[in-house]
Design a protein around this ligand. Structure first.
Ligand SMILES: C[S@@+](CC[C@H](N)C(=O)[O-])C[C@H]1O[C@@H](n2cnc3c(N)ncnc32)[C@H](O)[C@@H]1O
Length: 242
């Protein structure tokens, strides 16, 4: 049976429980930070300046926010997450003190007071977890400036047998035991294994973006063990809304 919307709604609470050890576990994953910076740099061909606004959705403890800050040091950043535990960690980071933090649901950021327009939106490891991905993508398009970029930094293994096999091996051999050792809790890591297995393949997610009204949809790869597993899914809001 596929993961239900109800189960997806519990994900932020699962993250509350692992928030204290999240940075430690992701830090052990080679390429994690570099890949977030790659997606942040794919938001724009040039560094976004002080007039630009960037939204970091599902920001967690601020690791993706730090990647955005590193690549676009002058841009104004709004970062949103539903988990109070993850946000508490993010807010403590001195290097991110100028970020505007919002606790809310990524499906409809406007309902939590997030006002567009944004030059760019990064959603790292988020779209897979929202109960209604299509609705979320339509809402995000409405928050973008005409021509603004959305980057979904996300796992997608459905199109490749080899990618699925590597994902299973990494989950069973490293991520789930790592979650047990660092957090003493494997619930969110078992969900991670299953949710990635069930999530859209590359072509299905690209088609979903087109259906949600985006243009210029394309996918960029990562290097390392994540090649063929983690991708930047890039899309633009149309230059003029029809
Ligand atoms: C794997 S973490 C990613 C954090 C960060 N982007 C990074 O790259 O390290 C996923 C985050 O998504 C958040 N999340 C899950 N579902 C959400 C939702 N519906 N609305 C807002 N945040 C959500 C979780 O609380 C968690 O902090």
């Amino acid at each position: 049976m596929p993961i239900t919307p109800e189960r997806k709604r519990e994900v932020p609470e699962d993250f509350d429980r692992v928030a204290p050890t999240y940075d430690l576990l992701t830090g052990l994953n080679p390429g994690y930070h570099r890949h977030l910076r790659a997606s942040a740099s794919r938001l724009s061909e040039r560094r976004l300046g002080r007039q630009a606004r960037i939204l970091d959705l599902c920001c967690g403890t601020g690791l993706s926010t730090a990647a955005v800050r590193a690549v676009h040091p002058e841009a104004r950043i709004v970062a949103l997450d539903r988990s109070s535990g993850m946000l508490e960690r993010a807010r403590r980071k001195a290097s991110l003190r100028d970020v505007e933090w919002v606790q809310g649901d990524a499906t409809d950021p406007a309902a939590f007071g997030v006002e567009g327009p944004f030059d760019a939106i990064l959603m790292a490891y988020g779209i897979r977890n929202v109960p209604d991905a299509d609705r979320c993508l339509r809402n995000l398009r409405a928050l973008l400036k005409p021509g603004g970029t959305l980057c979904l930094h996300e796992y997608s293994v459905a199109d490749s047998l080899a990618s699925r096999a590597i994902w299973e091996a990494v989950c069973l051999g490293i991520i789930i035991p790592g979650g047990l050792l660092t957090a003493g809790d494997t619930r969110i890591y078992r969900y991670l294994r299953r949710s990635v297995r069930e999530f859209d393949g590359v072509r299905a997610l690209e088609a979903r973006l087109v259906r949600a009204g985006y243009v210029g949809v394309r996918t960029e790869p990562m290097d390392g063990w994540q090649r063929g597993i983690v991708h930047s899914f890039l899309a633009r809001a149309p230059a003029t809304e029809s």
